[in-house]
Design a protein around this ligand. Structure first.
Ligand SMILES: O=P(O)(O)OC[C@H]1O[C@](O)(COP(=O)(O)O)[C@@H](O)[C@@H]1O
Ligand SMILES: [Mg+2]
Ligand SMILES: [Mg+2]
Length: 336
C-alpha cells in the first residue's frame, strides 16, 4: 500500500472507483479528462507574459463581461478535451451562450454525464500574475441516454451533483474535488506532470478569523450584511477578524477552507442577485464546502437546494466555516 503522500490522482481515482455508486468507469474517465485539461491550462497559464495570451480577447460573453484571451483558451481546452474523448453528453460553460450537446443524436452514444464549467475563474487577475482557477460540476443527465441533451439536464439543483471540484493555478497548482465522500486535494508536481494527494480529507475549521468580501461595494450592501461586516471588525473576544479578498473565488475559497473563514458575494442595491453564477460557481463550491464540514447559503436558502431557472443565473453567495455562516445568518434574519 502506498503512503498517502505518494499516491497519485490517477491511482486515487482507480482506488475509489468502486465507492462510486456507478462503477462503469465512465466517471473515472471523465476525471482523467479533466485532469489532463487542467495540466494543459496550467501550462498555458504559466506561460502568460511570455507569449501573447494576456489581455482582452475583444469579445464579450453572454453576461456582458469582457472575455480575456486566457478565458477563451481555457474554455477551448476543456471543451475540446472532453469532446475528443466522447465521455460526456453535454457541456455548459460560462463562456458559451448555450449548452453544447455532444454526439447525443447517436443512439450508440450512451454517455450519461453533463459537465458545467467556469474554465477560468478570477480572470481579472490574469494580467497581474495572481492566482486563478477552474471550477467544474458534474451531473447525471435526467433525459434518456442516446437522445440529445436538453436544458433540464443542466438545470438541476446542486444537491443532485455527482461530483464537483476546482483547480487553483497558484504558487503551486492544486486540484480539489469531491464525489460526495469527503474532499481531497492533489498538488501538481510540474517536473513530471503528476498530481499527488497532498491534502487528504480537507475540512473547513468550524470557526474562522477571515472574512472575504469586496468591501468597495459596502455602501450598496443590505443592512444585515453591513452589520455582519461591522461585527467582524469589532474588538471583542477573537475579533477583529482579518479581511482577505483576492477577487478570485477559487483562491479565496481555498484559503478559507484551509485557514477558516467566510466568503461573501451578497446582492446589493446595484446587483439584484449578486455576481456569482449558481450552476458553475456557487453549486460546485457549495458541494465541496458541505463535504468539508462547511456551509453555503444564498441568504435564507441552502445553495444546494435552489431550483435553477437559467443557465447563467446569478445568486447571492455566502460560504465557509460553519459557525461563521451561522452567525452571518443571524444578522440576515434580523432584517427578514
Ligand atoms: O471584482 P468582484 O466584483 O469582487 O468579483 C470577484 C468575483 O468575480 C469572479 O471573478 C467571477 O469569475 P470569472 O472570472 O469566472 O468571471 C469571482 O471569481 C470573484 O470572486
Ligand atoms: Mg468565475
Ligand atoms: Mg470564468
Amino acid at each position: 500500500m502506498l503512503g498517502q503522500k505518494h499516491k497519485t490522482l490517477g491511482e486515487f481515482i482507480i482506488e475509489n472507483q468502486s465507492s462510486f455508486q456507478y462503477t462503469s468507469g465512465e466517471l473515472s474517465r471523465l476525471f482523467n479528462a479533466i485532469r489532463l485539461a487542467a495540466k494543459v491550462v496550467n501550462h498555458e497559464v504559466n506561460k502568460a507574459g511570455l507569449i501573447d495570451i494576456l489581455g482582452a480577447a475583444g469579445e464579450t460573453n453572454i453576461q456582458g463581461e469582457d472575455q480575456q484571451k486566457l478565458d477563451v483558451l481555457a474554455n477551448d481546452i476543456f471543451i475540446q478535451t472532453l469532446k475528443n474523448r466522447e465521455i460526456v453528453c453535454g457541456i455548459a460553460s460560462e463562456e458559451e451562450d448555450d449548452f453544447i450537446s455532444i454526439n447525443s443524436q447517436d443512439e450508440n452514444h450512451q454517455n450519461k454525464y453533463v459537465v458545467l464549467i467556469d474554465p477560468l475563474d478570477g480572470s481579472s487577475n490574469i494580467d497581474v500574475n495572481v492566482s486563478v482557477g477552474t471550477i467544474f460540476s458534474i451531473y447525471r443527465r435526467v433525459t434518456p441516454v442516446g437522445t440529445p441533451v436538453k436544458i433540464e439536464d443542466f438545470l438541476q439543483p446542486g444537491n443532485k451533483q455527482v461530483a464537483a471540484g476546482y483547480i487553483v493555478y497558484g504558487t503551486s497548482t492544486m486540484l480539489v474535488y469531491t464525489t460526495g465522500d469527503g474532499v481531497n486535494g492533489f498538488t501538481l508536481n510540474p517536473a513530471i506532470g503528476t498530481f499527488y494527494l497532498s491534502h487528504p480529507d480537507m475540512q473547513f475549521p468550524e470557526d474562522g478569523k477571515i472574512y472575504s468580501v469586496n468591501e468597495g461595494n459596502y455602501i450598496h450592501f443590505l443592512q444585515g450584511v453591513k452589520d455582519y461586516i461591522k461585527y467582524c471588525q469589532q474588538e471583542e473576544g477573537d475579533r477583529p477578524y482579518t479581511s482577505r479578498y483576492i477577487g478570485s473565488l477559487v483562491s479565496d475559497f481555498h484559503r478559507n477552507m484551509i485557514k477558516g473563514g467566510i466568503y461573501m458575494y451578497p446582492k446589493s442595491s446595484i446587483t439584484e442577485n449578486g455576481k456569482l453564477r449558481l450552476l458553475y460557481e456557487c453549486n460546485p463550491m457549495a458541494f465541496i464546502a458541505e463535504q468539508a464540514n462547511g456551509l453555503a447559503i444564498g441568504g435564507r436558502t441552502r445553495i444546494l437546494d435552489i431550483e435553477p431557472t437559467e443557465l447563467h443565473q446569478r445568486v447571492p453567495f455566502f460560504c465557509g466555516s460553519k459557525n461563521m455562516v451561522i452567525k452571518l445568518q443571524e444578522f440576515l434574519d434580523k432584517y427578514k
